[in-house]
Ligand binder design. Structure first.
Ligand SMILES: *Cc1c(COP(=O)(O)O)cnc(C)c1O
Length: 369
């Protein structure tokens, strides 16, 4: 049996006629740039998400950068973020001219540890940028409280957590804005690069919309200089089709995670993921901690099972941040977990038989049967 880490082909097969039609309609109407499909997707996503504004942009990285920039963050400022994420989270802070300030993660949940934030706040701090990593909401009660107390902006990186909730409230709606990626492998994925920002702030929404389109809402009315970061019409049409399935797909991810956790909980040597209380985890990734992680990965690979590591090097330890001079002891939890984490195959189309096979192979590695 061959089981990939993600399987975009089987999802396409399940909705092929609708996707093919949608792509053909964009071409028939030549609605490539800022056309009706983009408008429709923005409207539908905002409605379904329960926010006032959704602004489509070219990708999830731009979504973060443009939001920070339009909040006025720039040179001389600091933005607090998590030690464990994809580099987009921190490189966009640097791109504005500000300095990324990393905070260690919570051992059980992999998201920013709110108890370690206060120490990092300085007069230069302008915002906190939590990431709902792997689909697990960060501790938004504590983070929001800190933002209110110190008068900081709150921007949530929701690239891995579409429709996840904390205390019954969607991630991305706790602060000033939520940023989304629709990279093909994300829970809601386009067929190329795509992203969006959600916000309930009218003025911020307009600034973001302008900046992402050369500083203008209408042709030749450039209020300021911006960038070209628009959601593509073809991608919007694909996303509109897929938006109808996201609830069902999220449920399937969750069910698959439950099957995994049930089968894996008895195995010595590994720990399945924990779910924060009052949180709905949308399982973009199913990440376990494993003893002899690399050997386990090799054993699974030899048996046709693909795995990944998200991420092998935590952000502060990347070469790109060498100039900050961080040591492992600055972020002990992130440092320890980067050596143990392994992502098992996770997608809605994964079925019980496949998960049983994966669990059996893991069991086999640890010598229990
Ligand atoms: C994927 C991802 C991004 C960036 O999204 P792109 O669409 O690839 O630019 C940002 N943050 C996190 C946490 C991500 O996983």
């Amino acid at each position: 049996m061959h089981i990939p880490l993600v399987d975009l082909k089987s999802q396409y097969q399940s909705i092929k006629p609708k996707i093919d039609d949608a792509i053909q309609s964009v071409i028939n109407e030549t609605a490539f740039i800022r056309g009706k499909f983009v408008h429709e997707f923005e409207t539908e996503f905002a409605k379904k998400y329960g926010v006032k504004h959704c602004i489509g942009v070219a990708n999830g990285t731009d979504a973060i950068f443009i939001t920070l920039k339009m909040l006025g963050i720039g040179a001389g400022d600091e933005v607090i973020t998590t030690a464990s994420s994809w580099i987009s989270t921190s490189e966009t802070i640097s791109l504005t001219g500000a300095k990324p300030v990393f905070v260690d993660i919570e051992k059980d949940y992999y998201t920013i540890d709110p108890t370690k934030i206060e120490d990092k706040i300085t007069p230069q701090t302008k915002a906190i940028l939590p990431v709902h990593l792997y689909g697990q909401p960060a501790d938004m009660t504590s983070i929001k409280k800190m933002c209110d107390q110190y008068d900081l902006y709150l921007v949530e990186d929701c690239a891995q957590a579409h429709f996840a909730e904390f205390q019954g409230k969607r991630v991305g709606t706790f602060g000033d804005a939520g940023t989304f990626s629709f990279y093909p492998g994300k829970n809601l994925g386009a067929y190329g690069d795509a992203g969006a920002v959600t916000t309930n702030d009218d003025a911020l929404a307009e600034k973001i919309r302008r900046y992402a389109n050369h500083g203008t809402l209408h042709k030749h009315d450039h209020e300021f200089e911006g960038v070209n970061s628009r959601l593509d019409g073809l991608q919007a049409a694909v996303l509109l089709v897929k938006l109808n399935y996201i609830d069902e797909w999220t449920q399937k991810r969750f069910k698959n995670a439950q099957i995994y956790s049930h089968l894996l909980k008895e195995i010595d040597g590994i720990s399945p993921p924990k779910i924060r209380s009052h949180a709905s985890h949308v399982f973009h990734l199913y990440v376990i901690q494993a003893e002899e992680r690399d050997k386990l990965a090799a054993h699974l690979k030899a048996n046709g099972i693909e795995t990944g590591i998200h991420y092998p090097v935590a952000l502060p330890f990347l070469k790109a941040y060498g100039y900050l001079g961080h040591k492992p002891s600055d972020f002990p939890v992130a440092y320890e977990s980067q050596q143990k984490i392994i992502s098992l195959p996770m997608y809605p189309e994964l079925n019980e038989k496949m998960i049983e096979f994966i669990a059996t192979m893991i069991n086999q590695y640890y010598g229990e049967d």
